[in-house]
Design a protein around this ligand. Sequence first.
Ligand SMILES: Nc1ncnc2c1ncn2[C@@H]1O[C@H](COP(=O)(O)OP(=O)(O)OP(=O)(O)O)[C@@H](O)[C@H]1O
Length: 326
Amino acid sequence: MDENVRPDDMERITTPELAQAFIDEQVAAIREQVGDKKVLLALSGGVDSSVVAALLIKAIGKNLVCVHVNHGLMRKGESEQVIDVFQNQMDANLVYVDATDRFLDLLADVDEPETKRKIIGGEFIRVFEEEARKVGDEVDFLAQGTIYPDILESKDGVKAHHNVGGLPEDLQFDLVEPVKLLYKDEVRVVGRELGLPENMVERQPFPGPGLGVRCLGAITRDRLETLREADAIVREEMEAANVGAWQYFAVVPDIRATGVRDGVRAYEWPAIIRAINTVDVMTAEVPELDWALLKRMTDRITHEVPGICRVCYDLTPKPVGTVEWE
Ligand SMILES: Nc1ncnc2c1ncn2[C@@H]1O[C@H](COP(=O)(O)OP(=O)(O)OP(=O)(O)O)[C@@H](O)[C@H]1O
């Protein structure tokens, strides 16, 4: 039997009971596979790697070494939450790497979107490799948050196999992939049963390059900080209004607009609100947001976020627009 094929008779995990049964089964399987050896995991704080982390902590405790890389492009509060949940609450063996300066220095003056993506992806591998080498002698396994759609996509040749690819030849580990036969909705049910916080379990998809592709053009630290604050307000207000859109966030372009603040001319950035609904991300629609909600977000962003004097709502569906601006 191909262990990368989901058996036809595997029941869809939709209830806490089914999730608990899956957890028990995987905890036993992980213990069986790794024994008293150590396992390394790149932990983004996204739902897939967080569920894998929680499963492994349950199975092998401190023999799991989690590495979280803060590239300076995380959303507001995300790295702090990874530390709070995994280090403080679950008492995990967490290596937190603040690599903000490394990433932002490399990205200074780079305005071409594909180049920005390549720099961020390449530097992530380098930082992770450095951490892997520090523990490399004692670690035999690499855990990954591969899920079933990743396997299906890589089979179809849609994209290369998920996750921390790109580690050099001499750093090869055996893989531990406990959720590789699950669909995303099942991973969320399991995450909830493992006690992960709701906002982590329901976290929206977030591009690997993070806020780097939403701080348009050449990233500067001040505009990145402005974006992080504006984005937090968009997410807070959209959640409070229970809009139920598939994804929503802020974008801050590298242009300025004239405004007036306290009777004085202001020359500041605009913020763009992006929200979409989609089934498969191949096409996307823009939700018709309530006018009062749009006005509330505009009011809060222009008053609470220094450097923003104007707010726009992006009305472009996909196609012709893509979800992200870069
Ligand atoms: N900042 C980070 N720190 C540590 N590991 C990371 C980080 N960003 C990404 N990774 C690793 O790379 C993997 C793939 O990241 P990607 O952005 O494609 O997210 P994903 O497939 O949605 O998974 P997840 O839900 O775990 O974020 C993650 O599962 C994680 O193992």
